[in-house]
Design a protein around this ligand. Structure first.
Ligand SMILES: CC(=O)N[C@H]1[C@@H](OP(=O)(O)OP(=O)(O)OC[C@H]2O[C@@H](n3ccc(=O)[nH]c3=O)[C@H](O)[C@@H]2O)O[C@H](CO)[C@@H](O)[C@@H]1O
Length: 371
């Protein structure tokens, strides 16, 4: 079996594709994978690190208003389509799977023109523009939320599967994770990150959290600043007189390539509310404080966060309200109340869908040629 995966820009599109790639290899022994993305997205870093062959094509996102830049972008899209077609002809996949982001457009379209079976997965309740357009040419659409069915035209085959999660996250286990991270098992672990690119607002609030909990006897902290926010965070700490070297329980990273260990160790998470993150939190039953990114298209992160907050699995803090002292207060009020922490964890677990990856692989199997 030969499969092409495509999806890019942010981790929220890439990790579901990586999960599907691993799921295919588990189901069909000897599966050959090719990942097609762009050199500008996070996929150029994450895909080779995950051990899959990666090829890049030319592509760029359209601006929402008519502009001269869009003429250039349209030209790049045509070039990207030709490049995708050439890669597909060379690799000869049995199936092409897209998980959103601009790069999916030319790759999935080229596959459908070449008569290769195609499937796309939508992570958010509100489908992205690329997936909405592609839904008209693909063999199968799979969605995370029942609610998103209504955004696709009649006649489009839509299957409800949930969001596929990397197998290593599904298998994460606290003791091993703490060991791998060299953390203590008698302390609570707070994990903080702002989606795959980091979040400046969360980093700013974290300066106070680090100061408050530095060398605490009850809690240890892992904070991922995002690749571009690391230096600024360290400088902000220095400016406030915080010497991070003196805090043995505070671990600051630019990016967590070992998220399965970080999530496996976490008793409480502070994060943005991207769909992939929420699927991971709920499948492991981790309580969270969610600060939705307010500029995500049509404010979809707030809808994501509400789905958890309304069911007691998370506390929602609006970005505009976020300050260091408020974050410290929210963290304290949860970690100091063991019963609340346990109830939030149970509520989170109830929302998790561990079978999503398997269900998507079933959908892939159904569109393969021999079926
Ligand atoms: C700002 C924005 O529009 N973000 C969107 C983007 O999410 P974005 O990529 O920001 O966030 P998601 O939460 O969906 O996914 C992040 C992924 O990166 C992983 N991770 C993160 C940090 C780290 O250090 N290491 C690591 O492995 C997380 O475990 C997760 O798998 O795509 C998602 C899925 O379409 C959307 O729901 C988000 O709204």
């Amino acid at each position: 079996m030969r499969a092409v995966l495509t999806g890019g820009g942010t981790g929220g599109h890439i990790y579901p594709a990586l999960a599907i790639a691993k799921g295919l290899q588990e189901r069909f022994a000897g599966t050959d994978i090719l990942y097609i993305g762009t050199n500008r997205g996070l996929e150029a870093d994450l895909v080779p690190k995950a051990g899959f062959p990666f090829k890049a094509i030319t592509v760029a996102g359209l601006e929402r208003k008519i502009s001269l830049a869009n003429v250039k972008i349209l030209w790049q899209a045509i070039r990207g389509f030709q490049e995708a077609k050439a890669l597909l002809k060379e690799f000869r996949p049995d199936v092409v799977i897209g998980t959103g982001g601009y790069v999916c457009g030319p790759v999935v379209l080229a596959a459908s023109r070449l008569g290769i079976p195609t499937l796309i997965h939508e992570q958010n309740a509100l489908p992205g523009i690329t997936n909405k357009l592609l839904s008209r040419v693909v063999d199968q659409v799979t969605v995370t939320f029942e609610d998103s069915r209504k955004y696709f035209s009649k006649g489009v085959k839509v299957g409800l599967t949930g969001l596929p999660i990397r197998p290593e996250i599904l298998q994460a286990e606290r003791h091993t994770a703490l060991n791998n991270l060299q953390l203590k098992d008698d302390l609570l672990t707070l994990l903080v990150f702002g989606g795959s690119r980091g979040a400046r607002r969360i980093n700013q609030a974290m300066v106070d959290v680090v100061r408050e909990f530095g060398n605490s006897q009850s809690i240890q902290v892992i904070h991922a600043t995002g690749q571009t926010g690391y230096d600024e965070f360290i400088k902000d700490c220095q400016n406030k007189g915080i010497d991070l070297d003196k805090y043995v329980n505070i671990n600051i990273k630019a990016y967590l390539y070992n998220m399965h260990d970080a999530l496996g160790a976490a008793d409480l998470v502070v994060s943005r509310a991207g769909a992939a993150t929420l699927a991971e939190l709920t499948v492991l039953g981790i309580p969270s404080i969610l600060i939705p990114y307010p500029y995500a298209s049509e404010n979809h992160q707030e809808f994501n966060a509400r789905a958890l907050a309304d069911r007691g699995a998370a506390v929602l803090v609006k970005d505009k309200d976020l300050t260091g002292p408020l974050l410290v207060k929210e963290i304290r009020s949860i970690i100091n109340d063991a019963e609340r922490l346990r109830n939030m964890s149970l509520a989170s677990k109830r929302l998790g869908r561990a079978g999503a990856l398997n269900d998507i692989i079933d959908c892939v199997e159904k569109i393969l040629p021999r079926h």
